[in-house]
Design a protein around this ligand. Structure first.
Ligand SMILES: Cc1ncc(COP(=O)(O)O)c(C=O)c1O
Length: 442
């Protein structure tokens, strides 16, 4: 395929914020598909940056944007609009009590940054712990508890930040896995208990918060065992800290329930939502109880940013939530997720490159290994298999932590059809076969 000449301009003028850009430019996107400037179509099994759970350019989102263009886009931070008030109320309705006080922001990084600032102000403490392999954003504060991206070269991280081991059963951090089976059926959460023992050894007794994703997506779709978040909440609260659950990717249905934390029967102290709330537009929120809100306001909480409480994204958020509820997308994620998982397990039966299939709902991971005995990450073969998929019209992330793992992260829109799932599985099958045979579509 000839290289799009506009990519030369990209080479000249764009900062390379990722190791490599896609080899094509996108002209338009609809539903589960993106279309390049040559008219090729590609199945987008990452929903953009895991944001477009309704599919690309959903008509209800487009309509909400058009409507906002006719009325109001942006306001001074102290002025409120109807959509902002309604979206805050809507989020409070969807979340369990006492989570009913909302601030509307732009990105996941910002929502987590604010969650950490609120936890510090509310508790009067400053230590924050996160899980190894987590991703919570790359602004200075949250980058300190984002452990799936190296900290090297960026100078001091926030004082008082700690990493707890990730509950990565396939590569158990406390080496408890007794047999060669996938997952860790007899997991007793030793890594979590040991992690807090290590934390206590380091802590000055001033834990403000622990932050966690329900499934560690960027770390390689690491799926904590049942009861993990519950125990995490207990251990955090026993030390006087608040539990922040980051639902950036999992909020509004992806795991088969409205929120990921519901599956462990807990209510976090602070919830952040972002990516999936805006359906492709920058919109995020941090939600706390009236008690926490009262305390931080008494202590002088201020967060005035240029786009706090902007009306346009809030109108989009309302449209997204309407569609999520009307089309019962959490249930749909569970059903379609089963079809996709069954297909992946069938592929695992035939392709030894697949070491494990894991995840929940429509957030699934396929860990690629050179062989199942050593479980060595298939870095080179995995990259080739991903390129093969793209050449055949399927875009998926490969999450690669050099020397640590190599995992396909699969997160199609929740509106994905059965046919699209079957097409993706067939492309994965062909690509794995081509890589195993040392051939390729080129
Ligand atoms: C779980 C999680 N939290 C936070 C973020 C950061 O969000 P943003 O990129 O919108 O700042 C991400 C981004 O990938 C994420 O996956």
């Amino acid at each position: 395929m000839a290289r799009d000449p506009l990519l030369e301009l990209a080479d000249r003028h764009l900062i390379r914020y990722v190791p490599g850009f896609a080899p094509f430019l996108v002209e338009r996107a609809r539903g589960s598909w993106v279309y390049d400037r040559d008219g090729n179509r590609i199945l987008d099994f990452t929903s953009g940056q895991i944001c477009s759970t309704l599919g690309h350019n959903h008509p209800r989102i487009v309509e909400a944007i058009r409507d906002a263009c006719d009325r109001v886009l942006h306001l001074n931070s102290w002025m409120l609009s109807e959509e902002v008030v309604r979206l805050a109320a809507r989020l409070a309705e969807l979340l369990p009590a006492p989570l009913e006080k909302v601030i509307l922001l732009n990105t996941g990084s910002e929502a987590n940054e604010i969650a950490m600032r609120m936890a510090k102000l509310a508790t009067g403490r400053f230590e924050v712990a996160g899980l190894d392999q987590s991703f919570h954003g790359l602004t200075a504060g949250v980058a300190s508890v984002t452990y799936s991206v190296p900290h090297h070269g960026y100078g001091p991280q926030l004082p008082g930040t700690f990493a707890l081991p990730a509950p990565y059963a396939f590569r158990c951090p406390v080496k408890r896995r007794a047999d060669g089976t996938a997952g860790c059926p007899g997991c007793d959460l030793s890594c979590l208990e040991r992690g807090f023992e290590m934390f206590d050894a380091n802590s000055t007794g001033t834990l403000a918060a622990v932050i966690a994703e329900p499934v560690l997506s960027a770390g390689g779709v690491i799926d904590p065992p049942p009861g993990y978040l519950r125990r995490l909440a207990e251990l955090t609260r026993a030390r006087g800290g608040l539990l922040i659950v980051d639902e950036a990717q999992t909020g509004f249905g992806r795991l088969g329930t409205m929120f990921g934390f519901e599956q462990d029967g807990i209510v976090p102290d602070i919830v952040t939502v972002s990516k999936t709330l805006g359906g492709g537009l920058p919109l995020a929120a941090t939600v706390v109880s009236p008690e926490i809100e009262e305390r931080i306001v008494e202590r002088g909480f201020v967060h005035v940013t240029s786009h706090v409480s902007d009306p346009l994204p809030a109108a989009v958020g309302l449209a997204v939530l309407d569609v999520v509820i009307e089309e019962r997308l959490p249930e749909r994620a569970a059903t379609m997720g089963r079809r996709l998982r069954d297909g992946l397990l069938e592929l695992a039966g035939r392709h030894p490159l697949i070491g494990e299939v894991r995840g929940r709902g429509l957030l699934l991971g396929v860990e690629l290994v050179t062989d199942r005995e050593s479980r060595r990450p298939a870095e080179e073969l995995g990259a080739r298999a991903t390129d093969e998929c793209l050449a055949r019209g399927l875009s998926m992330n490969i999450v690669r932590h050099v020397g640590a793992n190599s995992v396909w992260r699969i997160a199609p829109p929740l509106t994905v059809s059965e046919d699209e799932i079957d097409t993706a599985l067939s492309i994965m099958d062909d690509s794995l076969t081509a890589v195993a045979a040392g051939a390729g579509a080129g």
